[in-house]
Design a protein around this ligand. Structure first.
Ligand SMILES: Nc1ncnc2c1ncn2[C@@H]1O[C@H](COP(=O)(O)OP(=O)(O)OP(=O)(O)O)[C@@H](O)[C@H]1O
Ligand SMILES: [Mg+2]
Length: 237
């Protein structure tokens, strides 16, 4: 085969990682008098790396995250009252394997959303499917959806490994459809042991008032908190 024919074959086989580096690897092998098996291993690794990073990219795009937050760009010295050990525990992602939830509750501006997004991105980097929902946006969207679309939206959220519900009750009152969505989502995730991370600056005691339904609030909270880590955020913001 000529190089052009090899390129064509790689394209046909969808080996874009090999295609991207082949010329470099050939040159490298010639220059270093490299044994075939070594070159072959490098070429295979190039393909694996390429597939891994395109999977991460795809999962990131599908997650709905608006930024790639990380623990590295978080200043842990700014507010020493944060539950740092518990945050790092979540960052290990063991809670996803265990089917646990996490509630990050506390004062505005203390970094709850930042850390939830960082955990979400870490999960994506480790091959998980993640759905990031900004509460008010998703509630409003759900309220406008047809019944069929609502069902599909909920179904999609069941197939992910981690759902983030960010800034819950930022608007003090959520539309009735939003409350129904929240209940349906939490109920379905609970049945499947699918992890949910919620951030909110509203204490859980007030959730009934925001939902306009105390019974619904306790049903949601019971399920969320049954297998759950509760992280309280206080101190400087
Ligand atoms: N300790 C910190 N180090 C670096 N950046 C921080 C820190 N705390 C907060 N921030 C930044 O400050 C902004 C506000 O933080 P964030 O949105 O995470 O707070 P929050 O606790 O979710 O607040 P709210 O309850 O209002 O939603 C973000 O841009 C975040 O990245
Ligand atoms: Mg927030």
């Amino acid at each position: 085969m000529t190089l052009i024919e090899i390129e064509r074959a790689l394209k046909q086989l969808r080996l874009s990682g090999v295609r991207a580096t082949l010329q470099t690897r050939v040159l490298e092998a010639q220059t270093n008098n490299q044994p075939f098996i070594e070159t072959f291993a490098l070429v295979l690794q190039d393909e694996l790396d390429r597939r891994r990073s395109s999977l991460v990219e795809r999962r990131y795009r599908m997650s709905g995250l608006d930024e790639r937050a990380s623990f590295n760009d978080f200043d842990w010295t700014f507010n020493t009252k944060l539950p740092r050990a518990a945050c790092f525990e979540l960052h290990t992602l063991q809670f996803i394997a265990d089917g646990y939830n996490a509630l990050l509750i506390g004062q505005p501006g203390t970094g709850k959303s930042h850390l939830a997004k960082a955990i979400a991105y870490q999960a994506i980097l480790h091959g998980h499917r993640v759905s990031y929902l900004e509460s008010d946006t998703v509630f409003a969207r759900y309220a406008l959806c047809s019944p069929g679309t609502r069902e599909q939206l909920l179904k999609n959220l069941l197939d992910t490994d981690l759902v983030i519900i960010d800034d819950l009750f930022l608007a003090k009152h959520i539309p009735e459809a939003g409350a129904e969505f929240l209940q349906a989502l939490i109920h379905a995730r609970y049945k499947r042991h699918g992890s949910v991370v919620v951030t909110s600056n509203r204490v859980v005691q007030d959730w009934g008032a925001y939902l306009g339904d105390a019974t619904m609030a306790s049903t949601i909270l019971d399920r969320l908190m049954h297998r759950s880590h509760l992280l309280e955020f206080e101190g400087r913001s």
